[in-house]
Ligand binder design. Structure first.
Ligand code: C5P
Length: 203
């Protein structure tokens, strides 16, 4: 059975938590596509040429432990605006999405570009302030290396770059279900996503 769950949305909206929970609930493999762009961004910061780095990505590149930082997120969003980088990562994501047995992918363009035929499309969002607050708390709150205002500015900057780029801009697919997590706990957001997928799977 082919059954793709496409989960898109801006940074820190809750996509990762929701995607992992949906994948676990239905026994589906999960691909965090942001990690692909983060790995390319890290290689480019070390001097690699962007498209060549994207074409030659290895599992070891994806396993680096420095890909979760705010700087890695910004670097990812810069290389993600380069069409040759996106093209180099397309086939791998498409094969993962349509593999027998089903899959969950989260990113920015899964429902619009990678897998427009996905059986479930979810667009997870929240206000910039709430997303920045979650990121800031993850970074340690008062002990975080960045003040809240800086984190908020970076969230807004990344939104503007991801939504404003010409190639595969971040936007909800016309047939996506919008899940606004501004007022939801993580548990509530996960429960809504799991219920939607269960309904579409007919189980
Ligand atoms: O989701 P994450 O924050 O890890 O993504 C890092 C960056 O990678 C995003 O800001 C975005 O620019 C880019 N990205 C993308 N398309 C995807 C996934 C991530 O352009 N499918």
């Amino acid at each position: 059975m082919i059954f793709t769950v496409a989960i898109d949305g801006p940074a820190a909206a809750g996509k990762g938590t929701i995607s992992r929970a949906v994948a676990a609930a239905f026994g589906l493999p999960h691909l965090d596509t942001g990690l692909l762009y983060r790995a390319v961004g890290a290689l480019v910061a070390e001097g690699a040429e962007p498209a060549a780095a994207a074409r030659a990505l290895t599992p070891a590149n994806l396993a680096r432990d420095d890909l979760r930082s705010a700087a890695a997120g910004q670097a990812a969003s810069r290389v993600a605006a380069i069409p040759e980088v996106r093209a180099a990562l397309l086939e791998f994501q498409r094969r993962f999405a349509r593999a027998e047995g089903g899959a969950v992918l989260d990113g920015r363009d899964i429902g619009t570009v990678i897998c427009p035929e996905a059986e479930v499309k979810l667009y997870v969002t929240a206000s910039p302030e709430v997303r920045a607050r979650r990121r800031w708390l993850e970074l340690g709150g008062d002990a975080a290396p960045l003040p809240f205002d800086r984190v908020l500015a970076e969230v807004r900057e990344r939104d503007a770059r991801d939504m404003g780029r010409a190639d595969a801009p971040l936007r909800p697919a016309a047939d996506a279900v919008i899940l606004d997590t501004t007022e939801l706990t993580a548990e509530e957001a996960v429960a809504r996503a799991v219920a939607l997928v269960a309904e579409r799977r007919g189980c």
